[in-house]
Design a protein around this ligand. Sequence first.
Ligand code: THU
Length: 159
Amino acid sequence: MIRTNNISFSYKEFEKPEELNTDDLELVFAARETAINAYAPYSKFKVGAAVRLESGIIVCGTNVENAAYPSSICAERSAFSNSVSNHHNDKPVAIAIAAMTEDGLTNEPVPPCGNCRQVIAEEESRTGNQIRIILSGKNKTMVIDSISSLLPLQFNKKI
Ligand code: THU
């Protein structure tokens, strides 16, 4: 062995999303509102994602489940499918994620799954922009500057 390395990252934590800047707050509200539209009859876990593009446009997506479970899609990938398909050259700058159970909005922020992290990483690498990730629950909101914090040592097209 030549050395032991350590990877760590910083993120910002807020008690209430109202402490965010107005753009990010609007994005969190969009994610929360979109979650209501999720089709999640199997997990009963409704997720909403809202992507802000450089132009200011907000594009949303929800999880859409399927009786054949693996055919389901997560909210984040749903939102990016929408933004890439309809606003190809308008680069994403931020994504907010919110989720609700049958009891309402989750208390804790919900971090993106591994597949969605990989897709966010591809968007950063496709556009050359960092994408701010805003995870918001009832009791806590986290802001992470780039997917490289959540997906260190990532596999991407530069490799
Ligand atoms: N889900 C998302 O939409 N995003 C994630 O990052 C994690 C999980 C969805 C998938 C499934 O429909 C439900 O949440 C429960 O796993």
